[in-house]
Design a binder for this molecule. Structure first.
Ligand SMILES: *Cc1c(COP(=O)(O)O)cnc(C)c1O
Length: 372
């Protein structure tokens, strides 16, 4: 069996949820589990987060998987629907939907059936999805006239720069949203992970953390642990060959690393085919036996090579951590010019998964209230 392994710590995920509750004690928590729960595994994460008030997903398929797994909380389709034929399924699965574009309103006008719970989304400055914040009042009126829309919407917006403390755009987005929704019936939801952490005034009725739950940092230069979070994914493999190369030997494809002196190297069974960033070639480190070792040469599909000069006791079979508690994913992400989110999402199907902690262990559940 290949040694490439991702271990998902469900207790860490639960503890991160408790951290969110402590930060936003009067808000409901929509746990964002899109992209297979940021690569951690949709069903196992959702079951571990049984104390969340709802789940946010990007696709109808994910919503179906959650209902099939027995998840009863509210599920919000974060980009809504894009085909009227999906509406019966939204009802059958009892989903909430984001509304962000006029085309969706036109589809609802032609629709029949039980009214849908909606999360109208306002664009307050990110310029991605959403109706212009200046149209909020007209939109509220239109929604109130649509029989297919349930009363009591959740007005939402999304921040572009909440991860940069003090960003002027964030203050502008907050005040635009407040002006746009003043006096409108319904609840409010603004905060992603970064805003949940840094912007108390944005927490409102529902926070929508994703990365925070997985112990991922959203703030440049800080690791999840720096923020008091527990990293939930540990990715490991093993050394499958050890050799000593002579001074002047090139290592790997294109000999992009040349050993300056005789050097002991280890070959690790992990590569970009498993989700390791090839861009980290010659730039990253791994952790083993309580130390760090440099990645030498190009990362290839199945293998990468590490410098064992300072880890003499490493041998064939030694476990190597690619990221996890000993080597924060943010440190690898920095070396690869990306963010931890992209790395956890990018773990591929051939990597084996194991879980730590009990899947269904539950803390008191407020979901029944929230599902109302
Ligand atoms: C992905 C997403 C989130 C969660 O973002 P994090 O930075 O992971 O907390 C929240 N809201 C919306 C609309 C999203 O698409």
């Amino acid at each position: 069996m290949r040694a490439a392994l991702a271990t998902v710590d469900l207790d860490a995920i639960r503890s991160n949820l408790a951290r969110v509750r402590a930060l936003a004690p009067v808000s409901r928590v929509l746990a964002v589990v899109k992209a297979d729960a940021y690569g951690h595994g949709l069903e196992r994460v959702a079951r571990a987060l049984s104390a969340a008030d709802g789940f946010g997903v990007a696709s109808l398929d994910d919503a179906e998987r959650l209902r099939a797994a027995g998840i009863r909380q509210r599920i919000v389709l974060l980009a809504g629907f894009d085909d009227p034929r999906d509406l019966p399924l939204l009802r059958a699965l009892d989903l909430d939907t984001v509304l962000h574009a006029p085309e969706q309103l036109r589809m609802l006008e032609l629709d029949a059936g039980r009214p849908l719970r909606v999360w109208p989304k306002l664009d307050t400055g990110m310029h991605r999805l959403g109706f212009s914040w200046t149209e909020a009042r007209a939109l509220a009126l239109r929604l109130s006239e649509l029989p297919m829309v349930a009363t009591d919407p959740v007005w939402m917006t999304h921040f572009a720069s909440a991860d940069q403390p003090g960003a002027a755009l964030t203050a502008e987005q907050l005040s635009r949203f407040a002006v746009a929704t003043r006096g409108l019936a319904g609840q409010r939801s603004l905060a992603n992970s970064a805003a949940t952490l840094l912007l108390p005034g944005s927490r409102a009725d529902w926070v929508r953390p994703g990365g925070l739950l997985y112990g991922l940092s959203t703030i440049a230069g800080r690791t999840g642990a720096d923020l008091g979070l527990k990293p939930a994914m540990r990715v490991t493999s093993r050394i499958i060959a050890v050799k000593t190369v002579a001074a002047g030997a090139g290592i790997g494809y294109a000999s992009s690393y040349v050993a300056p002196t005789a050097k002991r190297i280890g070959i690790v069974a992990f590569g970009y085919g498993d989700g390791y960033p090839r861009h980290a070639s010659n730039r990253a480190e791994v952790a083993l036996l309580g130390r760090r070792a440099a990645v030498l040469g190009r990362v290839s599909m199945d293998l990468l090579c590490i410098d064992l000069d300072h880890v003499p006791e490493a041998a064939v079979g030694t476990e190597v951590e690619l990221w996890g508690p000993a080597l924060p994913v943010e440190v690898l992400a920095d070396a690869a010019d990306t963010i931890g989110y992209e790395l956890t999402c990018g773990i591929t199907r051939r990597v084996r998964f194991e879980t730590l902690g009990v899947e269904g262990a539950s803390t008191p559940c407020r979901a029944a209230v929230a599902a109302g």
